[in-house]
Design a protein around this ligand. Sequence first.
Ligand code: OGA
Ligand code: MN
Length: 221
Amino acid sequence: MRSEFDVALVAERLGIAAVNNENLFDEMVSNLSNVGYSIHTNALPNTLGKSLWVQSHDSACSSLKAAGIGRQSDLKIDQSVRSDKIAWIDSSTSIGCEWVAWAAELQRKLNSSLYLGLFSFESHYALYHPGGFYKTHVDAFKGSRNRILSLVIYLNHSWLAADAGELVLFTEGELKVPVKVKPEFGTVVAFLSEEIPHEVLVTNRDRYSIAGWFCANREIP
Ligand code: OGA
Ligand code: MN
């Protein structure tokens, strides 16, 4: 059986310091190059977080649809693998613009520091109702997809241990134990899409998040 560590403990043991908004992107660059993932609590800029909370709980919800697996022609809706509902985010609203601009700033930083060649960004709101989950998966398969870096942020206030629904990252780091992340408001997680299998544990409460992917300009075979 796998043992699980509290993320704060893992962060402490890996020497990942608590961050403020000013050096968030620097910390992300450093964590990603060292261990392939980066987790920051209370890191989303406050005004942006509030706007995204409003949009996720309001207009976006009315257009949420059952999420699929794969893309375009091979898109399947298989609720035994994932049971969230999603709404893609674009720049047609001012809140969407704010979010995309924040992601674009991160993209610039990652490209200039890590030479990842990130070219575009796609993201959606996701809502998991009680009982919802997403079984272990990777967001991209080596060589066949163009998703390079996954970014997830959470929009749930006062998440309790009993609410469950944690993100679990199966990292290959020094500790070789899964890292559990509570989907608490303001937490920002990034990880290399091809490297880190992960899952969303069954949630006991409505669970709101945004999942996004920075992509390279590579052909999808
Ligand atoms: C995904 C995903 C993680 C989360 O949408 O691909 O892994 O914590 N989401 O919501
Ligand atoms: Mn995923």
